[in-house]
Write a new protein. Structure first.
Length: 442
Protein backbone atom coordinates (compact mmCIF):
# COMPACT_ATOMS: atom_id res chain seq x y z
CA UNK A 1 0.00 0.00 0.00
CA UNK A 2 1.48 3.35 -1.02
CA UNK A 3 1.84 6.34 1.25
CA UNK A 4 -0.32 8.30 -1.22
CA UNK A 5 -3.17 5.83 -0.71
CA UNK A 6 -2.65 5.91 3.05
CA UNK A 7 -2.90 9.70 3.00
CA UNK A 8 -6.19 9.43 1.08
CA UNK A 9 -7.51 6.94 3.66
CA UNK A 10 -6.65 9.37 6.43
CA UNK A 11 -8.46 12.49 5.12
CA UNK A 12 -11.77 11.83 6.94
CA UNK A 13 -10.05 10.88 10.21
CA UNK A 14 -7.85 13.94 10.05
CA UNK A 15 -10.80 16.26 9.55
CA UNK A 16 -12.55 14.89 12.63
CA UNK A 17 -9.41 15.18 14.75
CA UNK A 18 -8.59 18.69 13.61
CA UNK A 19 -12.08 19.88 14.41
CA UNK A 20 -11.45 19.25 18.11
CA UNK A 21 -8.29 21.36 18.23
CA UNK A 22 -8.03 25.04 18.96
CA UNK A 23 -7.28 26.90 15.74
CA UNK A 24 -5.87 30.02 17.36
CA UNK A 25 -3.46 28.72 20.02
CA UNK A 26 -1.32 26.43 17.87
CA UNK A 27 -1.42 28.86 14.95
CA UNK A 28 -0.17 31.72 17.08
CA UNK A 29 2.55 29.49 18.52
CA UNK A 30 3.62 28.45 15.03
CA UNK A 31 4.09 32.09 14.02
CA UNK A 32 6.36 32.60 17.02
CA UNK A 33 8.26 29.39 16.27
CA UNK A 34 8.81 30.45 12.67
CA UNK A 35 10.15 33.78 13.90
CA UNK A 36 12.66 31.93 16.07
CA UNK A 37 13.68 29.70 13.17
CA UNK A 38 14.32 32.75 11.00
CA UNK A 39 16.23 34.50 13.78
CA UNK A 40 18.48 31.51 14.53
CA UNK A 41 18.74 29.84 11.14
CA UNK A 42 22.18 31.07 10.09
CA UNK A 43 23.67 29.39 13.15
CA UNK A 44 21.46 26.31 12.77
CA UNK A 45 22.52 25.90 9.15
CA UNK A 46 26.19 26.22 10.12
CA UNK A 47 25.67 23.56 12.80
CA UNK A 48 24.03 21.24 10.27
CA UNK A 49 26.85 21.60 7.76
CA UNK A 50 29.48 21.03 10.44
CA UNK A 51 27.80 17.87 11.73
CA UNK A 52 27.24 16.62 8.20
CA UNK A 53 30.92 17.04 7.39
CA UNK A 54 32.16 15.35 10.57
CA UNK A 55 30.07 12.20 11.13
CA UNK A 56 31.05 9.55 13.66
CA UNK A 57 29.97 5.95 14.10
CA UNK A 58 27.95 4.64 17.03
CA UNK A 59 29.68 4.87 20.42
CA UNK A 60 32.44 6.90 18.78
CA UNK A 61 30.48 10.19 18.66
CA UNK A 62 32.78 12.14 20.98
CA UNK A 63 33.14 15.24 18.80
CA UNK A 64 29.47 15.27 17.87
CA UNK A 65 28.36 15.00 21.50
CA UNK A 66 30.79 17.73 22.54
CA UNK A 67 29.43 20.12 19.90
CA UNK A 68 25.85 19.56 21.06
CA UNK A 69 26.83 19.79 24.73
CA UNK A 70 28.37 23.20 24.10
CA UNK A 71 25.22 24.42 22.34
CA UNK A 72 22.92 23.26 25.12
CA UNK A 73 25.08 24.65 27.91
CA UNK A 74 25.06 28.02 26.15
CA UNK A 75 21.25 27.93 26.22
CA UNK A 76 21.22 27.34 29.97
CA UNK A 77 20.56 23.59 30.09
CA UNK A 78 22.20 21.46 32.79
CA UNK A 79 24.20 19.03 30.66
CA UNK A 80 25.47 15.58 31.63
CA UNK A 81 27.81 13.88 29.17
CA UNK A 82 28.85 10.24 28.67
CA UNK A 83 25.48 8.73 29.61
CA UNK A 84 25.44 5.22 28.17
CA UNK A 85 28.72 5.72 26.32
CA UNK A 86 28.66 8.95 24.36
CA UNK A 87 25.08 9.90 25.21
CA UNK A 88 24.08 13.36 26.34
CA UNK A 89 21.31 14.52 28.69
CA UNK A 90 20.36 18.20 28.82
CA UNK A 91 17.77 19.31 31.40
CA UNK A 92 15.97 22.64 31.71
CA UNK A 93 13.48 23.28 34.51
CA UNK A 94 10.75 25.87 34.08
CA UNK A 95 8.39 25.56 37.02
CA UNK A 96 5.95 22.84 38.01
CA UNK A 97 4.71 20.70 35.16
CA UNK A 98 5.35 17.49 33.21
CA UNK A 99 8.76 16.24 32.16
CA UNK A 100 9.03 15.97 28.39
CA UNK A 101 11.79 14.05 26.62
CA UNK A 102 12.95 15.11 23.14
CA UNK A 103 15.51 12.90 21.43
CA UNK A 104 18.02 13.16 18.64
CA UNK A 105 20.49 10.56 17.40
CA UNK A 106 24.23 11.18 17.14
CA UNK A 107 25.66 8.50 14.87
CA UNK A 108 26.45 8.20 11.18
CA UNK A 109 26.85 5.16 8.93
CA UNK A 110 29.91 3.20 7.73
CA UNK A 111 29.59 4.19 4.08
CA UNK A 112 30.93 6.67 1.54
CA UNK A 113 28.86 9.73 0.75
CA UNK A 114 28.39 10.37 -2.98
CA UNK A 115 26.10 13.41 -2.96
CA UNK A 116 28.69 15.81 -4.38
CA UNK A 117 27.68 18.46 -1.84
CA UNK A 118 30.37 21.06 -1.09
CA UNK A 119 30.25 20.03 2.58
CA UNK A 120 30.07 16.28 1.90
CA UNK A 121 31.74 14.00 4.41
CA UNK A 122 35.15 12.56 3.62
CA UNK A 123 35.60 11.26 7.16
CA UNK A 124 37.09 7.82 7.65
CA UNK A 125 37.49 5.56 10.67
CA UNK A 126 37.98 1.93 11.65
CA UNK A 127 34.98 -0.38 11.67
CA UNK A 128 35.11 -4.16 12.21
CA UNK A 129 38.88 -4.01 11.85
CA UNK A 130 38.83 -2.21 8.51
CA UNK A 131 38.99 1.39 7.39
CA UNK A 132 35.68 2.82 6.21
CA UNK A 133 34.18 6.10 5.16
CA UNK A 134 31.52 7.59 7.43
CA UNK A 135 28.44 9.52 6.30
CA UNK A 136 25.30 11.07 7.80
CA UNK A 137 23.20 9.22 5.23
CA UNK A 138 20.22 8.58 7.49
CA UNK A 139 19.44 12.20 8.33
CA UNK A 140 20.65 12.37 11.91
CA UNK A 141 22.37 15.65 11.08
CA UNK A 142 18.93 17.10 10.25
CA UNK A 143 17.62 15.72 13.54
CA UNK A 144 20.44 17.23 15.60
CA UNK A 145 20.00 20.67 14.04
CA UNK A 146 16.23 20.51 14.61
CA UNK A 147 16.83 19.34 18.20
CA UNK A 148 18.96 22.38 18.99
CA UNK A 149 16.50 24.64 17.14
CA UNK A 150 13.62 23.21 19.17
CA UNK A 151 15.47 23.95 22.41
CA UNK A 152 16.09 27.53 21.25
CA UNK A 153 12.43 28.05 20.35
CA UNK A 154 11.12 26.61 23.61
CA UNK A 155 13.40 28.76 25.73
CA UNK A 156 12.40 31.87 23.78
CA UNK A 157 8.74 30.95 24.48
CA UNK A 158 9.16 29.74 28.07
CA UNK A 159 6.46 32.08 29.35
CA UNK A 160 3.98 29.84 27.52
CA UNK A 161 4.83 26.52 29.15
CA UNK A 162 5.68 24.96 32.52
CA UNK A 163 7.60 21.82 33.26
CA UNK A 164 10.96 20.17 32.64
CA UNK A 165 12.67 19.60 29.32
CA UNK A 166 14.80 16.47 29.06
CA UNK A 167 16.67 16.72 25.77
CA UNK A 168 18.67 13.56 25.09
CA UNK A 169 21.23 12.93 22.36
CA UNK A 170 21.40 9.18 21.87
CA UNK A 171 24.40 7.25 20.54
CA UNK A 172 24.38 4.17 18.32
CA UNK A 173 20.84 4.28 16.98
CA UNK A 174 22.03 2.65 13.76
CA UNK A 175 23.26 -0.29 15.83
CA UNK A 176 19.95 -0.38 17.71
CA UNK A 177 21.68 -0.36 21.07
CA UNK A 178 22.11 3.27 22.14
CA UNK A 179 18.69 3.69 23.77
CA UNK A 180 19.17 0.58 25.89
CA UNK A 181 22.68 1.73 26.81
CA UNK A 182 21.31 5.03 28.12
CA UNK A 183 18.56 3.27 30.05
CA UNK A 184 21.04 0.80 31.52
CA UNK A 185 23.18 3.76 32.58
CA UNK A 186 20.28 5.06 34.68
CA UNK A 187 18.69 7.58 32.34
CA UNK A 188 15.29 7.42 34.05
CA UNK A 189 16.55 6.77 37.58
CA UNK A 190 19.08 9.61 37.59
CA UNK A 191 17.11 12.20 35.63
CA UNK A 192 13.53 11.13 36.24
CA UNK A 193 11.10 9.23 34.06
CA UNK A 194 9.50 11.51 31.45
CA UNK A 195 5.76 11.96 31.29
CA UNK A 196 5.92 12.28 27.50
CA UNK A 197 8.45 11.64 24.76
CA UNK A 198 8.82 12.97 21.22
CA UNK A 199 11.18 12.27 18.33
CA UNK A 200 11.11 12.89 14.58
CA UNK A 201 12.80 11.29 11.59
CA UNK A 202 13.38 12.80 8.17
CA UNK A 203 12.61 10.72 5.08
CA UNK A 204 12.33 11.03 1.32
CA UNK A 205 8.77 12.38 1.13
CA UNK A 206 8.08 15.99 0.21
CA UNK A 207 9.48 18.64 2.55
CA UNK A 208 6.82 20.43 4.54
CA UNK A 209 4.89 17.24 5.28
CA UNK A 210 4.44 15.43 8.58
CA UNK A 211 3.08 11.92 9.09
CA UNK A 212 1.62 11.02 12.48
CA UNK A 213 1.00 7.29 12.78
CA UNK A 214 -1.24 5.78 15.44
CA UNK A 215 -0.08 2.48 16.90
CA UNK A 216 2.73 0.47 15.32
CA UNK A 217 5.10 2.84 13.55
CA UNK A 218 8.28 0.89 12.82
CA UNK A 219 9.20 -2.77 12.67
CA UNK A 220 10.70 -5.26 15.08
CA UNK A 221 14.31 -5.84 14.08
CA UNK A 222 16.56 -8.81 14.81
CA UNK A 223 20.14 -9.32 13.62
CA UNK A 224 21.24 -12.94 13.55
CA UNK A 225 24.58 -14.57 12.73
CA UNK A 226 24.87 -18.17 11.53
CA UNK A 227 28.15 -20.09 11.36
CA UNK A 228 27.96 -23.25 9.26
CA UNK A 229 30.72 -25.66 10.27
CA UNK A 230 32.21 -27.87 7.57
CA UNK A 231 35.43 -29.75 6.83
CA UNK A 232 37.88 -28.03 4.50
CA UNK A 233 39.84 -29.64 1.72
CA UNK A 234 40.95 -29.57 -1.90
CA UNK A 235 38.48 -28.24 -4.44
CA UNK A 236 39.08 -31.31 -6.65
CA UNK A 237 38.07 -33.74 -3.88
CA UNK A 238 34.74 -32.52 -2.49
CA UNK A 239 33.78 -35.99 -1.23
CA UNK A 240 36.55 -35.70 1.36
CA UNK A 241 35.07 -32.48 2.70
CA UNK A 242 31.87 -31.05 4.16
CA UNK A 243 31.20 -27.93 2.15
CA UNK A 244 29.80 -25.04 4.25
CA UNK A 245 29.15 -22.96 1.13
CA UNK A 246 26.66 -25.57 -0.10
CA UNK A 247 24.99 -25.52 3.32
CA UNK A 248 24.80 -21.76 3.27
CA UNK A 249 23.46 -21.71 -0.29
CA UNK A 250 20.68 -24.15 0.63
CA UNK A 251 19.86 -22.02 3.63
CA UNK A 252 19.67 -18.74 1.69
CA UNK A 253 17.07 -20.25 -0.64
CA UNK A 254 15.15 -22.40 1.84
CA UNK A 255 14.81 -19.75 4.55
CA UNK A 256 12.51 -17.71 2.30
CA UNK A 257 9.91 -20.49 2.59
CA UNK A 258 9.26 -19.14 6.09
CA UNK A 259 7.93 -16.01 4.42
CA UNK A 260 6.16 -17.66 1.51
CA UNK A 261 4.76 -20.79 3.20
CA UNK A 262 4.69 -20.31 6.98
CA UNK A 263 3.91 -16.65 7.61
CA UNK A 264 0.34 -15.40 7.26
CA UNK A 265 0.14 -13.67 3.88
CA UNK A 266 -1.50 -10.66 5.56
CA UNK A 267 1.27 -10.21 8.11
CA UNK A 268 4.46 -8.25 7.48
CA UNK A 269 7.73 -10.14 7.69
CA UNK A 270 11.14 -9.96 6.00
CA UNK A 271 14.18 -12.24 6.13
CA UNK A 272 17.26 -10.75 4.46
CA UNK A 273 20.65 -12.42 4.21
CA UNK A 274 22.91 -9.40 3.91
CA UNK A 275 26.31 -11.02 4.35
CA UNK A 276 27.71 -14.40 3.22
CA UNK A 277 31.42 -14.80 3.88
CA UNK A 278 33.36 -17.99 3.20
CA UNK A 279 36.55 -19.14 1.56
CA UNK A 280 39.49 -17.42 -0.07
CA UNK A 281 40.18 -18.97 -3.51
CA UNK A 282 38.41 -21.20 -6.00
CA UNK A 283 40.30 -24.46 -5.41
CA UNK A 284 39.93 -24.65 -1.61
CA UNK A 285 36.75 -25.78 0.09
CA UNK A 286 36.64 -23.79 3.35
CA UNK A 287 35.77 -25.14 6.76
CA UNK A 288 33.09 -22.61 7.66
CA UNK A 289 30.67 -20.04 6.27
CA UNK A 290 29.42 -17.03 8.21
CA UNK A 291 26.04 -15.52 7.31
CA UNK A 292 24.45 -12.42 8.79
CA UNK A 293 20.72 -11.83 8.61
CA UNK A 294 18.22 -9.04 9.26
CA UNK A 295 14.69 -10.01 10.28
CA UNK A 296 11.79 -7.52 10.30
CA UNK A 297 8.21 -7.84 11.51
CA UNK A 298 5.41 -5.93 13.22
CA UNK A 299 3.68 -8.63 15.25
CA UNK A 300 5.33 -10.34 18.26
CA UNK A 301 4.19 -13.78 17.16
CA UNK A 302 5.58 -13.25 13.64
CA UNK A 303 8.86 -12.07 15.17
CA UNK A 304 9.19 -15.29 17.15
CA UNK A 305 8.18 -17.40 14.16
CA UNK A 306 10.95 -15.85 12.06
CA UNK A 307 13.57 -16.43 14.76
CA UNK A 308 12.47 -20.04 15.25
CA UNK A 309 12.27 -20.64 11.52
CA UNK A 310 15.78 -19.33 10.85
CA UNK A 311 17.23 -21.66 13.49
CA UNK A 312 15.25 -24.65 12.26
CA UNK A 313 16.20 -24.05 8.60
CA UNK A 314 19.88 -23.60 9.44
CA UNK A 315 19.97 -26.85 11.38
CA UNK A 316 18.17 -28.67 8.55
CA UNK A 317 20.65 -27.33 5.98
CA UNK A 318 23.53 -28.65 8.06
CA UNK A 319 21.82 -32.00 8.64
CA UNK A 320 21.48 -32.54 4.87
CA UNK A 321 25.27 -32.31 4.60
CA UNK A 322 25.82 -34.47 7.70
CA UNK A 323 27.61 -31.49 9.24
CA UNK A 324 27.83 -30.39 12.86
CA UNK A 325 24.97 -28.33 14.23
CA UNK A 326 25.51 -24.72 13.11
CA UNK A 327 25.96 -21.87 15.56
CA UNK A 328 22.91 -19.58 15.40
CA UNK A 329 23.47 -16.42 17.44
CA UNK A 330 21.12 -13.49 18.02
CA UNK A 331 23.31 -10.38 17.83
CA UNK A 332 21.00 -7.50 18.66
CA UNK A 333 17.57 -6.11 17.92
CA UNK A 334 14.72 -3.92 19.00
CA UNK A 335 10.95 -4.00 19.24
CA UNK A 336 8.55 -2.07 17.05
CA UNK A 337 7.82 1.55 17.98
CA UNK A 338 4.25 1.98 19.23
CA UNK A 339 2.85 5.50 19.18
CA UNK A 340 0.46 6.30 22.01
CA UNK A 341 -3.10 6.47 20.65
CA UNK A 342 -4.42 9.56 22.43
CA UNK A 343 -1.12 11.42 22.18
CA UNK A 344 -0.89 10.70 18.46
CA UNK A 345 -4.41 12.04 17.91
CA UNK A 346 -3.70 15.15 19.97
CA UNK A 347 -0.41 15.75 18.17
CA UNK A 348 -1.98 15.43 14.72
CA UNK A 349 -4.78 17.81 15.69
CA UNK A 350 -2.35 20.37 17.13
CA UNK A 351 -0.04 20.29 14.12
CA UNK A 352 -2.97 20.52 11.73
CA UNK A 353 -4.38 23.52 13.60
CA UNK A 354 -0.98 25.23 13.64
CA UNK A 355 -0.58 25.23 9.86
CA UNK A 356 2.72 25.75 8.08
CA UNK A 357 3.12 22.05 7.24
CA UNK A 358 0.81 19.48 5.66
CA UNK A 359 -0.11 16.91 8.30
CA UNK A 360 -1.45 13.40 7.73
CA UNK A 361 -2.79 11.19 10.49
CA UNK A 362 -2.53 7.45 9.80
CA UNK A 363 -4.82 5.16 11.81
CA UNK A 364 -3.63 2.13 13.75
CA UNK A 365 -5.07 -0.10 11.03
CA UNK A 366 -2.56 1.25 8.49
CA UNK A 367 0.80 -0.55 8.26
CA UNK A 368 3.88 0.92 9.89
CA UNK A 369 7.25 1.49 8.25
CA UNK A 370 9.46 -1.50 7.47
CA UNK A 371 12.56 0.21 8.92
CA UNK A 372 13.35 -0.12 12.63
CA UNK A 373 14.16 2.25 15.49
CA UNK A 374 15.35 1.71 19.05
CA UNK A 375 13.17 4.57 20.26
CA UNK A 376 10.99 1.59 21.15
CA UNK A 377 13.20 0.97 24.21
CA UNK A 378 11.91 4.21 25.74
CA UNK A 379 8.31 3.34 24.82
CA UNK A 380 8.68 -0.13 26.35
CA UNK A 381 10.06 1.51 29.50
CA UNK A 382 6.67 3.18 29.93
CA UNK A 383 6.96 6.59 28.26
CA UNK A 384 3.85 7.62 26.25
CA UNK A 385 5.28 9.06 23.07
CA UNK A 386 4.90 9.99 19.43
CA UNK A 387 7.51 9.33 16.78
CA UNK A 388 6.93 11.67 13.82
CA UNK A 389 8.02 11.27 10.20
CA UNK A 390 8.88 14.46 8.32
CA UNK A 391 9.45 14.97 4.60
CA UNK A 392 12.90 15.84 3.35
CA UNK A 393 12.88 16.68 -0.36
CA UNK A 394 11.71 19.90 -1.98
CA UNK A 395 8.80 19.43 -4.40
CA UNK A 396 10.90 20.61 -7.36
CA UNK A 397 13.63 18.11 -6.47
CA UNK A 398 11.10 15.27 -6.37
CA UNK A 399 9.62 16.40 -9.68
CA UNK A 400 13.07 16.34 -11.25
CA UNK A 401 13.63 12.72 -10.22
CA UNK A 402 10.21 11.79 -11.58
CA UNK A 403 10.86 13.51 -14.91
CA UNK A 404 14.16 11.66 -15.27
CA UNK A 405 12.54 8.37 -14.30
CA UNK A 406 14.93 7.96 -11.37
CA UNK A 407 14.25 6.69 -7.88
CA UNK A 408 14.50 9.28 -5.12
CA UNK A 409 17.53 8.51 -2.91
CA UNK A 410 16.23 7.27 0.42
CA UNK A 411 17.80 7.05 3.85
CA UNK A 412 21.03 5.00 3.84
CA UNK A 413 21.63 5.76 0.17
CA UNK A 414 25.07 7.28 -0.56
CA UNK A 415 23.12 9.91 -2.57
CA UNK A 416 20.66 10.82 0.22
CA UNK A 417 20.63 14.63 0.26
CA UNK A 418 17.40 16.08 1.64
CA UNK A 419 16.67 19.79 1.33
CA UNK A 420 17.80 20.28 4.89
CA UNK A 421 16.69 23.85 5.42
CA UNK A 422 13.03 23.00 4.86
CA UNK A 423 13.28 19.68 6.70
CA UNK A 424 14.94 21.28 9.73
CA UNK A 425 12.22 23.92 9.87
CA UNK A 426 9.51 21.26 9.83
CA UNK A 427 11.34 19.33 12.53
CA UNK A 428 11.57 22.38 14.79
CA UNK A 429 7.90 23.25 14.31
CA UNK A 430 6.75 19.69 14.89
CA UNK A 431 8.75 19.05 18.06
CA UNK A 432 8.19 22.50 19.55
CA UNK A 433 4.44 22.38 19.02
CA UNK A 434 4.31 18.86 20.49
CA UNK A 435 6.11 19.98 23.66
CA UNK A 436 3.94 23.08 24.00
CA UNK A 437 0.85 20.91 23.61
CA UNK A 438 1.61 18.88 26.76
CA UNK A 439 3.19 21.65 28.87
CA UNK A 440 0.72 24.48 28.41
CA UNK A 441 -0.47 25.64 31.87
CA UNK A 442 -4.07 24.70 32.57
Amino acid sequence: MTKTLLRAMAVCSMGAIAASASASGPAESRVQIDAQIERNYTAIDALYRDLHSHPELGMQETRTAAVLAQKMKALGFAVTEKVGGTGLVAVYRNGVGPTVMVRTELDGLPMEEKTGLPYASRAQTMFDGKSTFVAQSCGHDVHMAAWVGTAQALLAMKAQWKGTLMFIAQPAEEQLKGAKAMLDAGLFTKFGKPDYGFAAHVGSDEAGTVLVKDGVTSSNSDSVQIIFKGRGGHGSMPSATIDPIVMGAHFVTDVQSIISRQKDANAFGVVTVGSFQSGTVGNIIPDQAVLKLSLRSFDKSVRQMLLDGVKRTAEASAAMSMAPVPEVKWLYGTAAVMNDHSLAERSAATLKAAGGDRVTFLPASAPGWSASEDWSAFVDAGVPSVYFTIGGYDAATLAGYKTRGEAVPSNHSPFFAPDHDKAIGTGIRTLTLAVLMVTEPK
